[in-house]
Design a protein. Sequence first.
Length: 190
Amino acid sequence: MRKIIAFGASNSQHSINKQLATYAANELEGVAHEIIDLNDFPLPLYGIDLQKATGIPENAVAFSKLIEASDGLIISLAEHNSNYTVAFKNLTDWVSRLEGPVWKGKPVFLISTSNGKRGGMNVMEIARKYMPFAGARIAAHFSLPEFKIHFSPEAGIINPELREAFLQQLTQFKEVLLTESTEIEATRIG
C-alpha cells in the first residue's frame, strides 16, 4: 500500500491549512497516510554561519527522512504576506542543505486555503513555480477560498462546486501516486 505524509505548512496550533491537509489525506482512499505537524520539527533560523558552526540540525534530517520514506505528499500552504510562512521556508532552507533535492522527486498534491476570497492563491503560484526546482512533482493543486464559509470540520468542503473541483484534483494525485507505484514495482521485478 502506498503511504503519504500530509501537513499544513504553518506552525499555528490552530492552522486551517493543517485541517485541510488532514481532510485531504482522510479523503484519499486506499492509501495510508501520516499527518505531521511542523511544530514537531523546531529549527533555529537558517544561516550559513550557523550551519558552519553547528552543522545540520537533527530535525531537518528527520523531516528529510520522512519525505524519503513516503510515496507522496499532501502539502497545504498557509499564506503570510502573500508568501510561505517563515516556519515552512526555514524548514525547506535547512533541508535543502542536505544531499539531494528537498522533495526527493515525490508526487505532491499542493493545496492551500485562507479566509480570503483567493484561498492562498499567491503562495500557491509561488510554490508551483519554485517547488519543482526543489524536487517536487506537482501532480495536482487546489485552492479553497473563504475557509470559514466553505469548510466544516464535520463535513469537509461544503460548497458542491468546490468539493467537486477538489475531488477531481485528489483523484488526479492518486492516479499519479498509484501509477508511479506500478512502475516502481515493474522495475523491481524486471
